[in-house]
Design a protein around this ligand. Structure first.
Ligand SMILES: *[C@@H]1O[C@H](CO)[C@@H](O)[C@H](O)[C@H]1NC(C)=O
Ligand SMILES: *[C@@H]1O[C@H](CO)[C@@H](O)[C@H](O)[C@H]1NC(C)=O
Ligand SMILES: *[C@@H]1O[C@H](CO)[C@@H](O)[C@H](O)[C@H]1NC(C)=O
Ligand SMILES: *[C@@H]1O[C@H](CO)[C@@H](O)[C@H](O)[C@H]1NC(C)=O
Ligand SMILES: *[C@@H]1O[C@H](CO)[C@@H](O)[C@H](O)[C@H]1NC(C)=O
Length: 417
């Protein structure tokens, strides 16, 4: 996925970097010798020196020698370190950004980094940094872009980011963060939130709808529960990826209110029920609902959406589709890509075996029951997981409806003893 940058921020950072190269020249008269002999231009650069030296000492491997020139007082000349005039005092330079993307460095983030209080940009993607994101980064109060993706960070959600009032871009994907997503995350003024490919396990907070983000990726975690109905309030959302989690329940009717959404990926989860009225998805270009347990009819109101380019609904239990969907999947007259394979569509090729279809379709889903968790955490999310693991009888027991029913029965039996 392409990096998503805030245009105005891009401009700010352009100036930051321009200033930083100027400041490198203006400091060129500093002889790079013992730090005791050459004074630091200001206290904040002295603090930055302490922070960066501590960081350098935490590094186990630096295959491209990126930090080899992290020596001496002129921290503004260090590779990957960018200085700019302080926002509160333009007469002095401070460290405003760090960019060590793709440096393949192994190490961790020492608590001394908390001394870099003027940092607005912190990009260390595609390295081998490990350990936790230290809570003492709380004073990064100017932070705009925080990208620590594709590293080896562990622990709970790095909640220190919730304390940065100006954060716009948060990218923590491809790490090993685990546990719940904090509800405060969606109450921040963020433009992009990348959470995919971690080990988050909670349900989706009902605060989701408060987020003003244009991009959110939840893909490839272990999130459970339903999609909160508040999602309908997210008017700025362009792209949302729920792919590859353990989400379930029916789709909320509120999906139909997301008129600015371009990409909606719900594939590879356990969603059930029929499709809601999606006529309102006027901007939708890519809709992927493949590999769920959806059933019912795929109506022309989806296949004829005005911006549609690719609608994939393979590997579900749909029993009917509008002629517009079916026709286009064989001919490319419209240029729209449809994929209806692996369903229960009578007379179509590449469908599921009748027996498999019947076993699921014999038990229609009551969305009023299954989606009772539209707001707040799913009460069935934890037992659901246990149930799947311990169910000895049926491999096909994928319908959330059936699991919830069996669970209720099991609870009834347990409590009666
Ligand atoms: C990094 O420095 C070491 C020791 O000075 C040298 O052997 C190695 O070739 C350097 N690696 C790169 C990629 O420059
Ligand atoms: C953050 O700043 C506050 C106020 O300046 C200070 O009291 C606190 O100790 C700082 N926190 C850290 C971890 O440095
Ligand atoms: C679907 O929703 C649209 C408004 O978004 C409405 O005009 C239309 O009548 C609805 N269709 C059905 C079948 O309810
Ligand atoms: C259409 O979307 C599916 C699922 O997201 C994807 O696998 C496929 O490559 C896409 N097709 C084209 C031609 O982009
Ligand atoms: C349709 O989806 C199925 C399974 O998701 C996949 O195997 C197949 O290649 C897709 N067909 C096309 C034409 O992309």
């Amino acid at each position: 996925m392409a990096h998503h940058h805030h245009p105005i921020l891009g401009l700010i950072l352009f100036f930051l970097f321009t200033f930083s190269s100027l400041s490198t020249f203006s400091h060129a008269h500093f002889p790079i010798v013992e730090e005791e002999q050459v004074p630091f231009p200001n206290l904040r650069l002295k603090n930055a020196y302490v922070a960066l030296q501590a960081w350098k000492h935490s590094i186990f491997s630096d295959p491209y020698n990126t930090t080899a020139n992290w020596i001496g007082n002129d921290v503004c000349s260090y590779n990957g370190v960018f200085c700019a005039p302080a926002l509160d005092d333009p007469s002095m330079d401070v460290v405003a950004g760090i960019d060590l993307n793709h440096a393949d460095i192994a190490g961790n983030l020492p608590s001394e980094l908390g001394l870099l209080t003027d940092m607005a940009l912190f990009h260390i993607n595609s390295n081998r940094f490990c350990g936790i994101v230290p809570p003492c980064l709380e004073n990064f109060t100017l932070m705009h872009e925080f990208d620590i993706s594709n590293n080896r960070f562990v622990g709970g959600f790095p909640s220190v980011v919730l304390q940065w009032p100006h954060l716009k871009y948060l990218d923590i994907r491809f790490n090993d963060f685990e546990g719940p997503l904090p509800k405060e995350l969606f109450e921040m003024d963020l433009d992009a939130i990348f959470l995919n490919n971690n080990r988050f396990t909670s349900s989706l907070p009902s605060t989701l709808g408060k987020s003003k983000a244009s991009v959110i990726t939840f893909a490839n975690n272990k999130l459970t529960g339903c999609i909160p109905r508040s999602i309908g309030k997210m008017k700025k959302l362009n792209e949302v990826i729920f792919m590859g989690n353990d989400l379930g329940g029916c789709f909320p009717e509120e999906f139909g209110m997301m008129e600015n959404l371009n990409v909606l990926d719900l594939s590879d989860n356990h969603f059930v029920g029929t499709l809601p009225n999606l006529t309102g998805l006027k901007s939708a270009e890519i809709i992927d609902i493949a590999s769920n347990e959806l059933s019912g009819y795929v109506s022309e109101s989806i296949c004829e959406l005005p911006s549609l380019k690719n609608f994939t609904y393979s590997d579900n239990y749909f029993t009917g589709e509008a002629p517009t969907c079916a026709a286009s999947s064989s001919s490319s007259a419209t240029g729209i890509i449809f994929n209806d394979s692996g369903n229960c569509l009578i007379g179509k090729k590449l469908q599921k075996k009748t027996k498999l279809c019947l076993s699921i379709l014999a038990r229609p889903v009551d969305c009023d029951k299954v989606c009772g968790c539209g707001e707040g955490p799913s009460s069935s999310s934890l037992p659901l997981e246990i149930k799947i693991k311990t169910s000895p009888k049926k491999k096909l027991i994928n319908s959330a409806y059936r699991i919830v029913e069996e669970l209720e029965l099991e609870l009834a039996l347990l409590t009666s003893n």
